[in-house]
Design a protein around this ligand. Structure first.
Ligand code: PEP
Ligand code: MG
Length: 836
């Protein structure tokens, strides 16, 4: 019965002893990650409605359902623990999703004996899943009969207005299958959280009878959702339709755990060789050096007697400082366009703001703990949840939590992260964290080895990105190796050699020196032109996304910028950059490049890359929608402004404009005409060169017609592969097959070059294939004369060009068009032009 507008008394849905949530034999429920609540150990076999309301979710396997009371409180009733495993056997639902029910109405019958025999526990949960807005106060009862008063649910102070509004608004829900590799671990969960936060609607995920608010990373991870699992998303609020669509899209995007890394699945092998510890490769490489042991912070025992307010303030200040540090790391990662680093630390930031974590720590402080102990215990409790899910990938995310534990403790205890690393040290630790890794890499550690950890952890991903050899899961023995002992880390084979002979040392040093020498030689030659042995000049330019990257490219010897992705100026902000800001940004890139030319691509957003300030129609099939140059159809003003900004850079002769996603000649002609009009308006006599990206099969097939009107063509092999092979370029499961060396693509590249040649136009490649040294001879052979590569690879690709004979490349490349697969092409390339 409602006592006033907001508060209500719940009747017991079951009969039996009443338990506090903390005594429930399930870490996720017990931790409160799902919300406030209580439990009953049932003696009867029916579940009754605790109040009037609507059934808003029914578990597919019938063992749990969620009821929304008339005041907006949402109550999950979950019969037994791990009962999802019964797969519906033993449960008979008496109501359907959407049913209006009255207090005391029977909702479900269940087979008490069967659950008792086959499941972990009969203990059943009543959880308030929107605990952020409501609070549940259990009545002091030891046991209860169904229908008797059990608990009170009331709005938290300050939430009343929101309820009144929310009750009158719409809701939407959908089922979706999770395609994220490894399930909903930290980074995909952070993506879901970020997506949800863009909307005012309340959003939740429901899985296996449990629910979590989309704004709680820990709640989401605690659902234990695996790859391929089907989940239900519910959104409630004014913008529920848009929120649902965005969340379904975010849940369907596959964020992978680096499908290209075969070592990710490698199990640890036993130590069978004397003097060698065997672990799992997380990042390959062969190094030798002194071992340096890194230890973690140990907290002294808590003395008690703290002022809760003071401790809360201490914790808040420490959290804010760490958030600030992480934001700085994020800014740097963004500037360098290091997406992996950005994703990982964005997830850390989200974890630091997680209501479940903060509530647990706050509660501990209110119960007398010191801030450091409360923080450590809150983290440990969440680690236990993740470790208890039985999913390795989620278990590895506890390392991210421990990272935050260490960082916040360091601030609380006033201990800076500081070690004096001996030159070329190989660092050993129980388990390193992502922020340790950034520090160690900045201090030039030669390699990393850990007692614990996994090859799919974030540290492993970062180590691979930084080329830092790393072996995980070496076992506790690695911690006994004396400080300073010289070791060899053969990371590719997961080996730590504890007592290498002098000869072995010399061998490792020789291999390392040869590789370094080669890299150095390539580097010293990098600023010289890249001519093939028979005298053909190939321009090796760089792909960049900012003036800072252009600077690096210039220093690395780039012959120009082959692709400036201008999206960097438009994303992650609330308003569009104006003409002046754009002009300055483009000018800065030109200025960074000396007298070299810069190809600037017009904005390629739309489709899946949406901008807050540029609302575009919702797409059923975003990559086939209004993206690239097609944006001009719906927002000609945006392109117009960008063209104006581009026309004002100086000297204009060094600026070339490139149009993305062109699929027919008219698109090019319209932009050319608009450019002419703008030049007249701006009283310019000179026209910048205008090129077309060949990244849609239609453009490749029409290359000759396009080349008649374009000054140059640049092949975007990333999208060209996606559209030619009909395989999503971001699909983790298809990653190995989206290979631009597929004969179908080679045919399109050949046709593009032939079409361009008829009109005397040059062809470049700016997709990722240009950075693949195995592909260099094929591209040259098919007629490409410019390769736009990632800045660190300029020296390597120029070196590759210098060892090739263009005439021989032409002769051998044609034969590749007749091969049967990308794999066959790769094998043939390796045969004709081996990579040493
Ligand atoms: C491409 O598609 O190959 C390309 C270079 O463009 P982007 O990767 O920015 O889509
Ligand atoms: Mg593209």
């Amino acid at each position: 019965m409602s006592n006033n507008n907001n508060a209500l008394t719940l009747g017991a849905p079951l009969s039996g002893p009443v338990l506090a949530l903390g005594n429930v034999p399930d870490e996720v429920f017990a931790s409160g990650a799902m919300g406030d609540g209580l439990a009953i150990d049932p003696l009867n076999d029916s579940l009754y409605a605790p109040c009037d309301g609507e059934i808003i979710h029914v578990a597919r396997t019938g063992h749990a359902l969620t009821l929304r009371a008339q005041n907006g409180a949402e109550l999950l009733m979950h019969v037994g623990i791990d009962t999802v495993e019964l797969n519906g056997e033993g449960f008979a639902l008496l109501v359907k999703n959407g049913a209006q029910v009255s207090k005391g109405q029977a909702l479900m019958q269940f087979d008490l004996d069967r659950i008792a025999r086959q499941c972990k526990s009969l203990v059943s949960l009543i959880i308030l899943t929107n605990s952020e807005r409501f609070e549940l106060t259990p009545l002091p009862l030891r046991s209860v009969k169904h229908g008797e008063p059990l608990a009170r649910v009331a709005l938290r102070s300050g939430a009343a207005l929101q309820t009144a509004v929310d009750n009158s608004v719409a809701q939407a829900s959908a089922n979706v299958r999770i395609t994220h590799r490894g399930g909903l671990h930290a980074r995909p969960a952070a993506l879901i959280r970020k997506t949800a936060q863009a909307f005012s609607s309340q959003t939740q995920l429901h899985f296996a009878g449990k629910s979590a608010a989309c704004d709680s990373l820990i709640g989401l991870m605690g659902l234990g959702i695996g790859e391929g699992d089907e989940v239900c998303v519910t959104c409630r609020g004014k913008d529920c339709a848009a929120a649902l669509q965005a969340l379904v899209a975010a849940l369907s995007v596959a964020i992978g755990e680096e499908p290209h890394t075969p070592m990710a699945a490698a199990p640890r092998r036993a130590n069978t060789e004397v003097g060698v510890l065997q672990g799992v490769c997380a990042a390959p490489g062969l190094v030798c050096g002194p071992l340096f042991r890194l230890s973690t912070i140990e907290l002294p025992a808590d003395t008690g007697n703290h002022c809760a307010d003071e401790q809360l303030q201490r914790l808040d200040a420490a959290l804010e400082q760490v958030r600030g540090e992480i934001r700085t790391t994020l800014d740097l990662a963004r500037q360098r366009r290091n997406a992996e680093e950005e994703d990982i630390f964005a997830a850390h930031l989200a974890l630091l703001e997680d209501p479940a974590l903060l509530d647990t720590a706050t509660r501990a402080i209110e119960h007398g703990s010191a801030a450091p102990h409360a923080w450590r215990d809150a983290i440990q409790a969440q680690c236990a949840v993740l470790l208890g899910l039985g999913k390795p990938l989620l278990a590895e995310r506890s390392n991210d939590l421990r990272d935050l534990q260490q960082r916040v403790l360091r601030v609380l205890l006033g201990e800076a992260w500081h070690v004096e690393l001996p030159a070329g040290a190989i660092v050993s630790a129980h388990e390193l964290t992502p922020s340790d890794l950034l520090q160690l890499s900045a201090q030039h550690a030669a390699g990393l080895c850990m007692a614990e950890g996994g090859a799919t952890s974030h540290v492993a991903i970062l180590a691979r990105g930084k080329g830092l050899p790393c072996v995980v899961a070496l076992g506790a023995e690695v911690l006994d190796v004396p400080q300073g002992q010289r070791v060899v880390l053969d990371a590719a084979n997961g080996r730590l050699e504890l007592a290498p002979s002098a000869a072995r040392h010399a061998e490792v040093e020789r291999i390392r020196d040869t590789q370094n020498l080669r890299r150095q030689e390539q580097q010293t030659q990098a600023r010289l032109p890249a001519n093939t042995r028979d005298g053909m000049t190939i321009e090796v330019a760089a792909n960049v996304a900012s003036s800072a990257e252009a600077q690096v490219a210039f220093e690395n010897g780039a012959d120009g910028i082959g692709l400036l992705r201008t999206e960097f100026l438009f994303v992650d902000r609330r308003t569009a950059p104006d003409e002046q800001e754009q002009r300055q940004a483009y000018q800065a890139v030109l200025d960074a490049m000396g007298d070299k030319s810069v190809i600037i691509r017009t904005i390629d957003v739309g489709g899946d890359k949406q901008l807050d300030y540029l609302p575009l129609p919702v797409e059923a099939n975003p990559v086939l929608g209004l993206r690239g140059i097609r944006l001009a159809q719906v927002r000609p003003d945006v392109l117009d402004q960008q063209l104006r900004a581009l026309l004002q850079v100086s000297p204009l002769a060094r600026c070339r404009i490139l149009l993305p996603m062109v699929s027919e000649v008219d698109e090019l002609l319209q932009i050319r005409q608009r450019l002419d009009e703008l030049c007249v308006e701006l009283q310019l006599t000179q026209r910048p060169e205008l090129g077309v990206m060949i990244e849609v099969p239609a453009a490749a097939l029409m290359a000759e017609q396009l080349a008649r009107h374009a000054d140059f063509l640049s092949i975007g092999t990333n999208d060209l592969s996606q559209y030619t092979l009909a395989m999503d370029r971001d699909h983790a499961g298809l990653a190995a097959r989206v290979d631009a060396l597929h004969p179908a693509l080679l045919r399109l590249i050949a046709q593009t070059c032939a079409g361009a040649a008829k009109h005397g136009r040059w062809v470049g490649v700016c997709g990722a294939l240009a950075s693949d040294p195995l592909a260099t001879p094929v591209l040259i052979g098919l007629g490409v004369s410019e390769l736009s590569v990632s800045p660190p690879q300029i020296g390597e690709i120029k070196d590759r060009v210098r060892h090739l004979d263009a005439a021989q490349c032409r002769q051998l490349s044609l034969g590749l068009l007749d091969l049967s697969s990308a794999k066959a092409v790769r094998q043939a390339c390796q045969h004709h032009w081996p990579l040493s």
